[in-house]
Design a protein around this ligand. Structure first.
Ligand SMILES: Cc1cc2nc3c(=O)[nH]c(=O)nc-3n(C[C@H](O)[C@H](O)[C@H](O)COP(=O)(O)O)c2cc1C
Length: 334
């Protein structure tokens, strides 16, 4: 399939794997890129720029296809040395960066000087327009359904994507709630040039996380995510578990007086416990509502091949089938 996104990033299929803390290691990024999508290493999971440089080199050893690096600008307990991370990205020969969290404006000159294409992930039309204005090449439009940080507007993709299409000149991909061919075809119909998936890629054979995580995703339904940290205006959609129940109880008690220190135990240092040790009750970790559409743990290639084959069938069969025979014939001639 050819879209503005496949052309821009030099990939076969318009499918991107969003950066994911403690999931987006070289193994997953390389698997996605080798299957024709765009794999992304999560920059800040690597504790130092030197470790990121090593992770990029490891990924180059596993694929000769394009892959990117995610740089997240979120409130953290201590600010990472972003210029050094960007230097590691540049020196690692990376040509695509997915930014997220705050606006990447401050870092755009350095990224552009390195010949890097920037796809900024954001949750509103106004932030997408700002990304376009500061020179981002594409946007990943992240709806309220998404795993991770859906922002504070609570705008689902059924509205957000067509609104983005009305306003943006640069290409965008649909992010949040994307799982299969139906998601891809719907996203394309609403004006996107591809899709970005997070949660769905965790339940794949190559995702380098504990098997408990994959099994928890297969077992969960679309009703099993919770929103946390709303009072801090840092809302995150997570999979419910005992740690999250504790967190929600603290949030109920503290109300609008909640401070990040109050929930430190339930949000800090949780990812290695979940993703490496498989402790599913450790606390808050991002997970999208799309979990309700995850029923198996295929290889990344099986997943992507299945999406593309079914998208073809959906477009040629179901959608074309709605058109009258005469109209169909005229399209075939054209
Ligand atoms: C476990 C997990 C960790 C994530 N970590 C990050 C991150 O570090 N930086 C980031 O920009 N997005 C992060 N995301 C968001 C994803 O890149 C992606 O935008 C989101 O998962 C899309 O929604 P979906 O889960 O419905 O596919 C994370 C998502 C998940 C599920």
């Amino acid at each position: 399939m050819k879209t503005a996104i496949t052309e821009m990033f030099g990939i076969e299929h318009p499918i991107i794997q969003g950066g994911m803390h403690y999931v987006g290691f070289a193994e997953l990024a390389a698997a996605v890129s080798n299957a024709g999508g765009l794999g992304i290493i999560t920059g800040l999971t690597q504790r130092t720029p030197e470790l990121l440089a090593k992770e990029i080199a490891r990924c180059h050893d596993m694929t000769d296809k394009p892959f990117g690096v995610n740089l997240t600008f979120l409130p953290t307990f201590s600010a990472p040395p972003y210029p050094e991370y960007i230097a590691a990205i540049k020196e690692g020969g990376i040509k695509i960066v997915e930014t997220a969290g705050r606006s990447p404006e401050q870092y755009m000159p350095a990224l552009k000087a390195a010949g890097i294409k920037v796809i900024h992930k954001c949750t509103s039309v106004r932030h997408s327009l700002k990304a376009e204005q500061i020179g981002c090449d594409a946007v990943s439009v992240d709806g309220f359904e998404c795993g991770g940080h859906p922002g504070e507007d609570d705008m689902p993709n059924m509205i957000l994507l067509p609104r983005a299409a009305e306003e943006l000149k640069i290409p965008f991909v649909a992010s949040g709630g994307m799982a299969d061919a139906r998601s891809l075809v719907a996203a394309l119909a609403m004006g996107a040039a591809g899709m970005n998936m997070g949660t769905r890629f965790i339940a794949t054979k190559e995702a380098p996380v504990h098997d408990n995580v994959k099994q928890a995703l297969v077992a969960a339904s679309e009703l099993d995510t919770r929103l946390v940290m709303r009072a801090l205006r840092n809302t995150e959609r997570v999979l419910k578990n005992a740690g999250v129940e504790r967190l929600l109880e603290i949030e109920r008690e503290k109300g609008r007086a909640l401070k990040i220190e109050d929930i430190h135990e339930e949000v800090a240092g949780v990812y290695p416990k979940v993703m490496i040790e498989g402790d599913m009750d450790a606390g808050a970790w991002s997970c999208g509502m799309v979990v309700g559409l995850i029923h198996d743990v295929p290889t990344v290639r099986e997943l992507i091949d299945r999406i593309m084959a079914e998208a073809d069938r959906l477009i040629r069969g179901r959608l074309m089938g709605f058109l009258g025979a005469e109209r169909k014939a005229s399209l075939e001639v054209a």
